[in-house]
Every structure is written in C-alpha cells, then in structure tokens.
Ligand binder design. Structure first.
Ligand code: ZN
Length: 250
C-alpha cells in the first residue's frame, strides 16, 4: 500500500479522525456475513429472519438465529486492525477520535475502543420491543419465554432490522462527529447500505481526506480522494504507523 506525500502529511498532522467500519472489518475475524450469495441459515435468508414480521411470526426461530450468531461472534477474536484502532485511541491522543460502525458484533469494544457509535445496534444485547428500558445479554435470553419483565413487551435483539430506521441518537451523533472530522477512514464496507452510505461521500464533498480501504472497488471509490484495494487490517496498520511512527508494531 503506497501512501502519497499529501496523505502522509495529513496523517501526521494530528487529524480529528472518524473511522467508519463495515462488514469486511468483521469478516476478517471470521464473523459470518450474510450479505450476498449463499448467506443462508437453516435454509432461510437473512431478509426472512431479520424483520419485525419474522419475529412476530416465529420469535423462537429468530432468537435461535441470533443466539447462534452471538455464539459465532464470541468464538471470533478482534484482529490486528481492531487492535490498531484501540491503540490509536489510547496512545495517539488525537484531538478527537471516533469509531462509527455498521457492525453489530461489538468487536471494536472488545478490542478496547470506547464510545463506539453503533449505527445498526448490536446482537449481544436484548431489549424490550416496547422500549421500556429493560436490557439483558442476548445469550441469557430464555429459549422459549421472551416476555419482558415489564409484563407488556417481548425481548428482542437490539439490532436494526430490515424495514426499521436507524437509531436516531446514534445516527445524529455520527453525523455530528463526521461534520467535525478533518479525516475519515472507511473500512471494509461496500457503502451500499443507506443512509450510512451517504456519510463518507458528504465528508469527501467538504474536501477533507477520505480514505477508503476495501479489497474490492465500491460505489464510493470514485468519490473519495484515496481508495486502496487491500484488507482492512493491512490498510489500518499502514495508516496507524504513519500517525504513531513507523517503529510502532503490535
Ligand atoms: Zn419491557
């Protein structure tokens, strides 16, 4: 990965950095990704499981899927890229640093990042369908009885399902940190999932360095000043070493 002089300068100038991560970041840790061909579980497509209708029809099946996914996530480990981002936050002392993620696996938090903005919620937590405020670990949700202690709602995964809007607070916070950023990294996301996909393009329009790292070209690639074809972990390492000094390694 060859970084030009202007980008190296920008990286060394203590940027106000926002990192936007997507499915490719988690896939590198072996977390199952359900987009695209072959993404079936027990013969069902994610579109048939991750909806309010699917949950209303068969909550047992939907919970079995999420608890299976939660198990897979628990077995996976944060990779080098996650670890670099955690070090960047704790050691680089940038004027501001935020991770905004479309991932629902809490992998950034496990690596050590704080204040991660989760655009699509997370599968490790269960909440009440009626937003009564009750939450508990998804892994502890009983296999058959999903009634919430409030007596009115049901326990469901705290994720955004197809047909649902993004959590307002997370989305507005993401917009705010992106507005204030002086540099944005877009890691392992195909940039096709709206409205999150609009965020990096808007940052690029402000003329700040937006760096895309993705093994494949995406619709965003032509809209941003820097786009690299490589794994997220490799790209993150190269960028972090510019900020923290070449001699740094994990
Ligand atoms: Zn409740």
């Amino acid at each position: 990965m060859k970084l030009d002089e202007a980008l190296c300068r920008a990286l060394k100038s203590r940027p106000r950095l926002v990192v936007l991560s997507g499915a490719g970041m988690s896939a590198e840790s072996g977390v199952p990704i359900f987009r695209g061909a072959g993404g079936l579980w027990e013969g069902f497509r994610p579109e048939d499981l991750a909806t309010p209708e699917a949950f209303a029809t068969n909550p047992q099946r939907v919970w079995r899927w999420y608890q299976w996914r939660g198990q897979k996530v628990s077995e996976a480990q944060p990779h080098k890229g996650h670890q670099w981002l955690a070090r960047l936050e704790s050691e680089a002392h940038l004027p501001s640093f935020h991770v905004v993620t479309q991932n629902v696996d809490r992998m950034h938090q496990r690596a050590g990042n704080n204040g991660v903005i989760e655009l699509h919620g997370n599968i490790m937590t269960a909440r009440c369908t009626l937003h009564c405020g009750f939450t508990m670990p998804s892994a502890d949700v009983p296999k058959e009885d999903f009634s919430c202690p409030c007596g009115k709602g049901m326990l469901r995964p705290e994720v955004v399902w197809f047909g649902e809007g993004l959590p307002e607070e997370a989305f507005s916070k993401a917009g705010q940190v992106l507005d204030e950023a002086s540099m944005v990294w877009v890691l392992g996301t195909s940039s096709v999932v709206y409205p999150a996909a609009a965020l990096p393009g808007m940052a690029a329009q402000r003329g700040i360095p937006v760096v895309e790292i993705n093994p494949e070209e995406t619709p965003l690639s032509s809209q941003v000043p820097y786009s690299f074809r490589c794994l997220a972990s490799e790209g993150i390492e190269a960028l972090c070493q510019q900020i923290m000094g070449k001699e740094n390694s994990l």
